[in-house]
Design a protein around this ligand. Structure first.
Ligand code: NAD
Length: 499
């Protein structure tokens, strides 16, 4: 039930703000103190049907708008995002829990992506290539596909929608966007700004609600040929199964179990800084978070004591308070999940070096906080070293040398990000070659991507696609090969041979 004074929000369908057909709602809650952020429509397949119909109708005109003109709208959107950066940053720290610096980074990523994809409006290059026959011209061009179902998680509530919506739009597609139920207000602001930028009615629609209802209805809808989803591995598997019947294009960006390798010749201070930032930034709730640190035995004790001291020095608190280093987790369920892994780690025989509990005190009572947690002497096969915890927990794994380190790093089902700290240039290049991940950092932690490079992972982190960079365009376009025969006669490829 709506609290007095709490603002209610709506879906955005065909250029109009509307309630869910059922009239049902859900609440978005501040994870630091339990305050209500807003009330949102709990939509169903009926609302999805309306939004898809609006997006399908808008597609017929939008696909014909010249790509440079679509780029101008995205350019304007990027400017509006930049103007609203402070407001969105503050809102993100309240709705999702991130500290201000990181929330600002999240918004900046969307600004960068929108400018980058706006520029793509004047490229979207295809290929020309010679023909094997005389008087014939060959080329291949990118074509838009249609209505794109965009399903996003809560951990990058402005950046991730931009990674999907900006390239999808520049390529000439229309959108039905389902933001995560933990961050609907940010999803809604994203769409308001697109509207303000002048994106035509029906081109971008937002339908709020749960994955099992709105998400599933999008995945099953016959008029949505592409689903782009960032979320957990379990959700990805479910979505692929359900979309199989319609042979949809499914683009999945899923979980990670990312490792930082620290060799015995590493700059220890630099490595510790990178580990703390990568393990505890965003309270460990990044797909690229370093939840494993694979460290050379010779450096193990020195590194463990420094990482523990640094973790214990981090200040927990509300994201919007300037002196907070680590904000809350997204909700209480997440705290329970993270704590269950503390118990699993203990039962498996790993050494709990610090953390492993919720903080006590008035400042934390109403929030979803968990102390930065470090496990020592972890074996690579333990569950805490294999499964995605998605919280501020990292596992220190001692190894005897480079080969063992790479084996441990690769010995998980995920393949998103990896990193190595070493001063040995040969070792660094071997790591670039041998670490089986979509992203590898040398002498830096596992987090922090730039928008003009492909982003995504190998193995169970996805299904072979990439977000960002030029690679993103492949998700949102089909290739068409075009043959123009200007010989004025019937020429048969592979049968007539040109001289
Ligand atoms: P989640 O899988 O629970 O939810 C992601 C989105 O999918 C949400 O919008 C949710 O409502 C929707 N959803 C859930 N079930 C669905 C279904 N059956 N059909 C359609 N949609 C459904 O994930 P989350 O908790 O929001 O996010 C955390 C996960 O996301 C972690 O595993 C993290 O690693 C991953 N992630 C990956 C990347 C990447 O780029 N690889 C980036 C960020 C987060």
């Amino acid at each position: 039930m709506a609290l007095l004074g709490t603002k209610s929000f709506q879906n955005y369908i065909g250029g109009e703000w509307v309630d869910a057909a059922s009239g049902e709602t859900f609440e978005s809650v501040n994870p630091a103190n339990g305050d209500t952020i807003g009330i949102f429509p709990r939509s169903s397949s009926q609302d999805v049907d309306r939004a898809v119909a609006a997006a399908k109708a808008a597609y017929e005109e939008w696909r014909l708008v010249p790509a440079p003109k679509r780029g101008e709208l995205l350019f304007r959107f990027a400017q509006l995002l930049a103007d609203a950066k402070d407001e969105l940053t503050e809102l993100m720290s309240r709705e999702m829990g991130k500290v201000l610096a990181e929330a600002g980074g999240d918004v900046q990523e969307a600004i960068d992506m929108s400018f980058y994809m706006a520029g793509e409006g004047r490229r979207l290059v295809g290929h020309t290539t010679p023909s094997e026959l005389r008087d014939k011209f060959n080329m291949s061009v990118r074509m838009p596909i249609g209505v794109i179902g965009v399903i996003t998680p809560w951990n990058f509530p402005i950046a991730i929608p931009s990674w999907k919506i900006a390239p999808a739009l520049i390529c000439g597609n229309t959108i039905v966007f389902k933001p995560a139920t933990d961050t609907p207000r940010l999803g809604e602001r994203f769409v308001e700004l697109l509207d303000e930028a002048g994106v035509p009615k029906g081109v971008v629609n937002v339908v709020h609600g749960g994955g099992g209802e709105v998400g599933d209805a999008l995945v099953r809808h016959p008029d949505v040929p592409v689903i782009t989803l960032t979320g957990s591995r379990e959700t990805g598997v479910e979505v692929m199964k359900r979309a199989a019947e319609n042979l949809k294009h499914i683009h999945l960006e899923l979980g990670g179990k990312n490792a930082i390798i620290v060799m015995d010749d590493a700059d220890l201070d630099l490595a510790v800084e990178g580990i703390v930032w990568s393990a505890f930034g965003t309270s460990g709730q990044r797909c690229t978070a370093a939840s494993r640190v694979i460290v050379h035995e010779r450096l193990y004790d020195a590194l463990a004591s420094r990482v523990v001291a640094a973790a214990e020095g981090l200040r927990l608190g509300a994201g919007w308070e300037e002196d907070t280093d680590v904000g809350p987790l997204i909700n209480r369920r997440a705290v329970e999940k993270v704590h269950s892994y503390t118990e699993i780690g203990r039962d498996e025989g790993a050494e709990l070096l610090t953390g492993g509990e919720t903080p006590t005190g008035n400042a934390f009572d109403r929030g979803a906080f968990y102390r930065p947690t470090v496990f020592g002497r972890v074996e690579p096969g333990m569950r805490i070293a294999q499964e995605e915890i998605f919280g501020p927990t990292t596992a220190l794994i001692p190894v005897a040398g480079f080969e063992e380190a790479v084996r441990a790093a690769n010995g998980v089902k995920y393949g998103l990000s990896s990193s190595i700290y070493t001063r040995d240039v040969n070792g660094a290049f071997r790591a670039m070659r041998d670490l089986d991940t979509g992203i590898t950092y040398i002498n830096a932690g596992t987090i922090g991507a730039e928008v003009h490079l492909p982003f995504g992972g190998t193995k169970d982190t996805g299904n072979g696609h990439r977000e960002a960079g030029q690679a993103a365009l492949d998700v949102f376009t089909e290739w068409k090969s075009i043959y123009v025969d200007y010989s004025g006669k019937l020429q048969k490829a592979q049968i007539d041979t040109a001289e």
